[in-house]
Design a protein around this ligand. Sequence first.
Ligand code: DGL
Length: 268
Amino acid sequence: MQTTERPIGIFDSGIGGLSVVKEVQRVLPAERLVYFGDTARLPYGTKSKETVVRFSREIVRFLLQFRVKAIVVACHTASSFSLAALQREFDLPIVGVVHPGAEEALRTTRTGRIGILGTRSTIQSGSYQREIKRLNPRTKIFSQSCPLFVPLVEEGHLMDAIAYQVAEKYLRPLKRLHVDTVLLGCTHYPLLKRVIHDVLGEGVRLVDSSHETAEHLKRLLEKDRLVSLNGHPSRRCQFYVSDEPNRFSKVGSVLLRGRIHSVKKVSL
Ligand code: DGL
């Protein structure tokens, strides 16, 4: 098979990376995709760098079995901890979500005061803080880890009183710091967008890196002449998970606004 016609691999710790799948399908509709959600080992956001790098390596090796032409690390924690190692170790284009998210936040802010929300691991890694400062050293960055947001989403508390209460606790300090842009630095957080928006108020713009990540991937494929030339039936994606597939299939169908035909369980 010609390199251009090979699929693109996308992975996350679970279901959150489907927001990136959705954008890649929109921006690159002719591409075939293979998605892996590490549902057996989620959450990544509470784990050490060493563990997340090991998991990420195993997933890349799994995706390479499909002869993927490029890989998207659609998880902020895995991008923060393992992107550099993966890019060093594997000989194919690998993109993460941190650089595109940082660029989008800088394009959005007017005052240069940016808040970053993420898992404990993402915030502790300092990845966003470093990337934003590298791109614009004059920016003021305020970060906040939100460890209860992932379990809230997993349990379906997307807009109820519990979600508002937790969001108030995490976001109150940011409100006092007068940020004008808040980056949702975790693939689960866009699902709490409504609540986060309500708590932060009208004046604060929320940035989600999935669209910019898809655009970044497109530019990279164009540069390396890897864009599919033949065109495949649109929205073709194979899904794999490391734990029971039914829940993924159900929630995933809602996120992608369509049926996910088959989700297979595999062990790495
Ligand atoms: N997917 C992870 C991220 O984007 C969040 C969920 C987890 O902790 O595994 O950081």
